[in-house]
Design a protein around this ligand. Sequence first.
Ligand code: DON
Length: 619
Amino acid sequence: MVEADSRINAIQGLIDELHQRYLSLEDGAPANYIPELAKADPRDFGIVIATVDGRLYQAGDAGKSFTIQSISKPFVYGLALKLLGPECMVAKVGVEPSGEAFNAISLDPTTGRPRNPMINAGAIATTAQIACRDPENAEATVLDFFAQLVGRRLGIDDAVFRSERATGHRNRSIGHLLRNFAIIETDPELSLDLYFRQCSIQVTCRDLAIMAATLACQGRNPFTGARPLSPDITRRVLALMASCGTYDFAGQWLHDVGMPAKSGVGGGILAVVPGRLGIAIYSPPLDSLGNSVRGIAVCNELSGRLGLSLFNQYPQSSSTVRRSYTAARRQSRRWRSPPDREALRASGQRIRVVHVQGILDFAALERLVAELAASLAEARVLVLDLAHVIELPAESAELLAQQLTLFQGRGLEILLSRSAHLDLEGVRLALGQEPETLFCPDLDQSIERAENLFLALWNGDPSGGASAHENAFSQGFLSQLNPTYRQRVAACLERRDFAAGETVIRRGDPGDELFLVHHGRFTATIQLQDGYGRPLESRLATFGPGMCFGEIAFLSGQRRTASVASDLEGGCLVLSRPDFDQLRRSDPEAMNELLLALICDVGQKLSLTSHQLTQMEHL
Ligand code: DON
């Protein structure tokens, strides 16, 4: 854990400032109804903030040990939900604020059910369910669970445990009352013992901040990656912390601070900004309601100065749509014949490419759907690129599936690009598509597939129906020569066939052959590095019938800068260096025509490539 430096980090500077300022606040006194707690040093004072990205900001006694007391309650309630399920727990303890003190003997008069798991009655009822479920291992189960929440093993302060067990008469009466209403169904002493132990778990302010950050992270510990709680249980726990966590101070707390929180008579207080961060303060002097005086003051100021209140969240302004454009502005690196190129240029708006970003919660998804609906009027093919989507919550995945199904029902072909990091199985099943037709790991190939889909619709048959041999001569490179010279050049070409995946040109080889595609498809690739310095094989271009490749190294006499492989079963007409030299000597006219055609071809490729590059800057 890297410590922030207040000289270069304003957030650390603020924490240091608050610690300095409230150190002099000396109201309140440590709890004494549990004698051992009275020994706490009232000058102890720590502040820690832990973010969902796993960063810590800490000041003062961040690492000093004290007992967790009631702060254990929301977490043990989460554990009970995890072990026994909400249906079982709701029969034992309610979810309503009681408006009474934490130690009120407060049970629903008819059912005997405590109103919520944050007051002692509800907490004892909750702990009892875990104690009764597996008496032998209950304590170990609780400690293992806390270890996941914090990221380290925690112990129990035996002196505090004994002190509370010896003086916990009020809790004992609550326990027996719960037994009377069969909320506890066995000897209450067993449950009380476990409850006193859980309250005596030793933590530090740093531990509490990490626990709070775990709640902020939907139950996943951002420092270790462990997931002790599910998002649904975390939601339930946070809701109860917000409504009941500071007992009969809860209304004022939500009004002033506006964060789910939990206090403890050991002097700790923990607050959560869901999805953002956890806050913990430790200072033993308590107010009359049993909350840390310095803790309340610091949380008030942090909420006000940093705008942390749940009821003060700024409307999300960042657009979900990162980029949106049509194939008229960006084509794939698949070289197309002039007719296909013209079709794509003239009707490229029929292919829409949309790059999506961020966490696709409901608000973001709603914005995406609105922008898609507005931009798809003319589209026949949609490429949805999801590379920059950080998270797709399950609820949103379901809504996305429904929305894409609606688009599909209106005749839209859909391709999902770079989405392997997301769970889209539900979307795939809703669209009724095979993985290989719906998903594509590469954006450029997604756009190529969209082009192919569109050309198939546009031409009825993207191959155009002409035989490969006609394609090789009637369109593309050789078609630029007049028939006389074309035949004389063709006589120098050697037919060479390749299996699918076979290497035709290897990077670094001498450029002593020129290739004209007879049939099939050939892709040139280059070796790049990704953002992490890892080698990345990247497509440069794909060539179809009638197109030539390898001409630059061939004409310049340099070594190959790219590799080329045959995507399918394919064939090329090959001009070797000796035949090229022979043609130059024996038929200078044909040679001139050939060179002119090569210059035009290279110039056309250069012009298209620079057009694409310029376009890319403005997408
Ligand atoms: O049961 C008790 O009274 C203590 N073990 C815990 C009470 C507590 O922390 C109240 N929270 N402010």
